[in-house]
Design a binder for this molecule. Sequence first.
Ligand code: ADP
Ligand code: MG
Length: 250
Amino acid sequence: MIRIRNVSHKIGPAPILHDISLDIPKGGITALIGPNGAGKSTLLSLIARLAVLREGEIHIDAMKIGEVSDRELARHLAIMAQSTHVSARLRVEELVGFGRYPWHRGRPGPGDRAIVESAIERFGLGPMRHRFLDEISGGQRQRAFVAMAFAQDTDYLLLDEPLNNLDIAGARSLMRLLRQMADEDGKTVVIVLHDINYAARFADRIVAMHEGRIAANGAAREVVTDALLRDVFGTDAEVSLHEGHPVVLV
Ligand SMILES: Nc1ncnc2c1ncn2[C@@H]1O[C@H](COP(=O)(O)OP(=O)(O)O)[C@@H](O)[C@H]1O
Ligand SMILES: [Mg+2]
């Protein structure tokens, strides 16, 4: 479980997160939604320790953020940040291989290579494994980054808007892969999603953020409502139900 207690965060003088307390249970997919600027990326960065936690506490299972070592954390939690800056002169298989670094620290063994192979296979990267990152499409690159996080083989996987740049086929196939990782491999996936319909369709629970606070938290049907669209997203788009899943009609 990721246990967040009384977390506040400022960037410079500007308050970004206000006294957030939230439990993200182990297993399944938790989607974080909310308008731009709500604080989703900031919260993810604090959990993954990409930003320094100054107020409040975050535990990942028994590990306390701020006390656990980088290496220990990297063996339990992988993050794909919203913007990824990695040299384009890197081949797909090298990028995926980086995911193993916290385990072998520069000396990959047969076990590391086997996991990289399975990540390449699972994410359909075989045909482009020798290509450079700037020689593949945005969607393929996105998949390669998720494959790197998968190769890290952590219990927790944090993904910040991984569907950006993906067309509908790419987005659905990535969400199905994440579903498989949660259902078959027992991973805990925390994913920031821009599109509420993907969250409602694929996630087990949804946390909505608004202006640095948690606005709603629960099953899709409890969270994705006309009231949420009005109060949090500031739109009068309507919610309909399709096979039990809420669907936002745009
Ligand atoms: N490096 C930064 N400097 C100043 N303000 C920032 C910085 N990063 C984020 N913010 C502000 O923090 C707020 C939350 O941002 P963010 O966590 O990226 O939101 P979200 O991911 O939900 O769109 C926004 O108001 C944003 O402008
Ligand atoms: Mg963001």
